[in-house]
Each structure stands twice: as C-alpha cells, then as structure tokens.
Design a protein around this ligand. Structure first.
Ligand code: NAI
Length: 294
C-alpha cells in the first residue's frame, strides 16, 4: 500500500512530537525532527532508539527492524531543512503567536502541495491559519499522550481548510494504526472540551474539601473505569501544557464559568510542580512510579 506521506517533519520534539515521530516511522515515513532547543531533536532520536530497543528485548521486533526505524529519523537544525517534506506536523508550545510565526516560516520553505498540520490541544485551527497565503492546506491533527498507546486522533478542519487535506490526514492516521475522528474547529475540539468536566470538576471537589486528589483518582479509576484518574492524567500531561489549555478554552468561551481554570493548578504551575516529567506533580515519582499517599 502506498504511504500517504512518504516524507514528513515533526517540529517540536517533546512528549508529543516524539510519539508522533515514532508511529510515523513505524508506518514507513522518513521523519525529519526539528526543535528550537539545541540538541532536543538528537535527544528525541536517542529516546526513540531506546524505545525500539525495548521492543527488540520483548521480541516484538528484531534488531534489523529497529535499526531500520532509527534510520528513518533525521534530526535537522533549521526550518529550511524541511523543503522536501510532504507533511509537517507542528507540536510546539501551545501559544497562538508562536504557532502562527512557525507556520509563516514553514510556508515560505515547503512545497506548494505540502500539507501543514497542528497538534494544538485547544487553539483555533482557523486562527492559526490566519495570515497564511494558503490556509486551505492547514488542518488540526490532534494526538493524545502517550501517542503510540492512545489510538484516537482528532482531524480538525478550520473554516478555510480544504476537505481533501482532512481526507489525506485521516488516511495517514489509519496507516499509523490510529482511528481518525473528525472534529469541528471549536475550543478544545471534542476530547479537551469533554475533559473540562473531568479535570476542572475534580479540582473543584479538592478545592471544596470534599475529598483529596488520590481518593478522587482511585474512585474514578477503580469504580468508574477510567484508565487514569484526573490528577494522574494532569501529572502525565504536565501542568505547563494542560493549565494553558484550560486558560485558552475558558477565554475562547468568553469566560464561561464552568470552564474557569483552578487556582490549585495555577499555584502548582507557578511553583514548577508540574507533573511526572519533573518528578513531582500531585504525586511524587520515584523511578517514574507515583508514590500514593497513605
Ligand atoms: P513539550 O513541552 O513536551 O514539547 C514542546 C517542544 O517544542 C519542546 O521540545 C520545545 O523546545 C519545542 N519548541 C517550543 N517552541 C518551538 C518553536 N518555536 N520551534 C521549534 N520547537 C519549539 O510539549 P508537548 O506536551 O509535546 O506539547 C506540544 C503540543 O502538543 C502543544 O500544542 C500541546 O498543547 C499539544 N498536546 C499536548 C498533549 C499532552 O498531553 N502533553 C496532548 C495533545 C496535544
């Protein structure tokens, strides 16, 4: 089967960029990696190599396949290195001005038929595309963390997006083993809109002193059947990513009270207590394992 996008670029090789790079390489694409932080693209390649080595140890792939996958990753240093890409997926910081500036830079470099995609969690695809010469080739392509395990991807058309771009992204998502879901270009799309009820309400329960965070997690996980409780999820996503998403959705809905972000997460973000990636969020982590309070 012909691969939809033989050569792609991931810009922003943090938690999400790495995951998207992994499944794109596994689907057969050549994957350029670019990050503003020097060394981050090389670090992403090294981390993915380790990931594939683990699959070799488990007998899921052989050593030759792992080497082939690593060879599909190409860390680069500048936007100008992305001229040959069929698709660019942006997974940088969740800020409209920064994303718009990146796409303006990309538009000047990539081929006229290249597709541009944003992994934004909450920002308007239409707004990100405003100012582009060809906004019709930009769509939302919203994955979830951890990308290889979370099999749904939202495909979002902005008001100017060409329907063929969404069709191509949906086909590519399937080639990556994922399930594409069409979502409208509204704040938070489907999952992060629904997620306000999950996270914000749980924070209110803590704020009102009804129960502590570990109890809420335990009940929603063990009794209601969610894979992770809301605080475990916030620790995994990290508050430097999820708190701006909460603020963005709240603002875009004109300060709708039910979406109001919590002072609890604002304070923790200000204190750098953002989640698992720094060893401490709502839980403390020892060797990556949450220490559940007694
Ligand atoms: P992250 O902080 O792990 O990674 C972001 C990377 O982008 C960093 O390596 C940073 O150096 C780089 N970067 C920042 N500005 C840049 C620029 N102008 N040019 C090139 N590189 C730049 O963040 P994460 O979690 O990977 O999130 C990235 C995007 O994906 C955000 O838009 C976020 O809202 C979205 N997202 C995050 C999810 C999560 O659970 N963490 C889930 C779904 C979407």
């Amino acid at each position: 089967m012909k691969i939809q996008f033989p050569t792609i670029a991931i810009v922003g090789t943090g938690a999400m960029g790495r995951g998207i790079a992994q499944i794109a390489a596994q689907a057969g694409s050549q994957v350029f990696l670019l990050d503003a932080n020097p060394g981050a693209a090389d670090a992403a390649q090294a981390a993915l190599q380790e990931q594939w080595n683990k699959l070799v140890a488990k007998g899921r792939i052989d050593a030759a396949q792992a080497s082939e996958l690593v060879a599909r990753l190409h860390p680069v240093k500048a936007v100008t290195d992305l001229a040959s890409c069929d698709l660019v997926v942006e997974a940088i910081v969740e800020r409209l001005d920064v994303k718009k500036a990146l796409f303006a830079e990309l538009e000047a470099v990539v081929r006229p038929d290249a597709v541009l995609a944003t992994n934004t969690s909450s920002l308007s695809v239409t707004a990100i595309g405003a100012g582009l010469q060809r906004p019709e080739r930009l769509a939302g392509f919203h994955f979830f963390n951890p990308v290889p395990l979370m099999k749904v991807v939202e495909v979002i058309a902005g008001l100017k997006t060409d329907a063929a771009v969404c069709t191509a992204l949906a086909a590519y998502a399937k080639q990556m083993g994922h399930t594409p879901v069409q979502a409208q270009d509204t704040p938070g799309f489907i999952v992060n809109h629904a997620g306000r009820g999950f996270g914000t309400e749980a924070l209110r329960i803590v704020g009102e002193g009804v129960a502590d965070f570990a109890t809420i997690d335990r009940i929603l996980r063990d009794q209601v059947g969610f894979k992770l409780g809301p605080f475990e999820l916030m620790d995994l996503t990290a508050l430097d990513v999820s708190h701006p998403v909460m603020e963005s959705i709240y603002r875009q809905y004109y300060d709708e009270p039910r979406f109001r972000p919590s002072v609890i997460t604002a304070q923790r973000l200000a204190g750098g207590i953002v989640g698992k990636k720094v060893g401490e969020g709502f839980y403390r982590y020892v060797d990556g394992v949450a220490q559940v309070p007694a």
